[in-house]
Write a protein that binds this ligand. Structure first.
Ligand SMILES: Nc1ncnc2c1ncn2[C@@H]1O[C@H](COP(=O)(O)OP(=O)(O)OP(=O)(O)O)[C@@H](O)[C@H]1O
Ligand SMILES: [Mg+2]
Length: 226
């Protein structure tokens, strides 16, 4: 079966890219997939730190051509793994400049590039999405409203936007990522835990909340992941 490249974007800082990436990696592992993780947030590689012992994990600088070349080569050398790329807040320029390197190899890699674009409720998330879609026109793009910032109907700007129409006309989905109780997400971040480890090691009450959230995440991701 064709193995995708999932790119978790959003460009803006703090929208939830890392947590969505962790949730996706965890979900893929539970499906029995082997995962190639690429962390491009080299200054704060939070996902890499949590998953480096669990999956094949690499730190790459996607602000530079080298990083994109390496990304293509890693994907080429691991044809049986699903690739998951966590982007950093500042990667937008690199994506526009070099994303074509990846784009032009997709056919030969026999992979599809699937983007999960994570948004908060502000306008810049949408402007950056337009730039991204212009830079990599044949990426499949899904928009992830991060429920951390409020319930679905509060994402009025996105919900009523033209960019939403464009995304959905191209077959992309708009989904809402569930909110995880702060004390549990704080545990995961401060202890650099993978979700699988947190599901074993946290106190019972915290684990129960994590399990509820994971169930909700699985429902959302199964709309996007085939
Ligand atoms: N759905 C959520 N439930 C609970 N907490 C969340 C959720 N989404 C984000 N957070 C919290 O918001 C903070 C920022 O999230 P995260 O690190 O995933 O964002 P980011 O987009 O990767 O940020 P950066 O651009 O700095 O890499 C984290 O402390 C995280 O705990
Ligand atoms: Mg991050």
């Amino acid at each position: 079966m064709e193995k995708q490249i999932y790119l978790i974007g959003g460009s803006k800082g703090g929208v939830g890219k890392s947590l969505v990436t962790m949730a996706l990696v965890d979900h893929l592992l539970e499906q029995g997939e082997s995962v190639l993780l690429v962390e491009s947030d080299t200054s704060n590689p939070d996902v890499w730190k949590a998953y480096k012992d669990a999956v094949d994990a690499h730190l790459l600088n996607l602000d530079e051509a080298d990083g994109w070349i390496e990304l293509v080569n890693l994907c080429d050398n691991a044809p049986k793994s699903v690739a998951v790329v966590n982007t950093a807040a500042r990667n937008n320029r690199g994506v526009s400049a070099y994303g074509q390197t990846l784009n032009s190899t997709l056919a030969e890699l026999k992979r599809k590039l699937v983007t999960l674009w994570v948004i908060n409720r502000q306008r810049d998330s949408l402007e950056l999405l337009k730039e991204y879609m212009a830079a990599i026109p044949n990426a499949e793009v899904h928009v992830v409203r991060n429920g951390y910032f409020g319930e679905e109907k509060k994402f009025e700007l996105y919900n009523g936007s033209n960019v939403r129409k464009t995304v959905e006309d191209q077959g992309g989905k708009s989904v809402t990522f569930p909110d995880l109780a702060d004390r549990v997400s704080d545990d995961i971040y401060s202890k650099r835990l993978s979700i699988a480890r947190a599901s074993k090691e946290l106190p019972l009450g915290n684990r129960a909340e994590l399990s509820r959230w994971k169930g909700a995440v699985a429902k959302v991701l199964s709309e996007i992941i085939v």
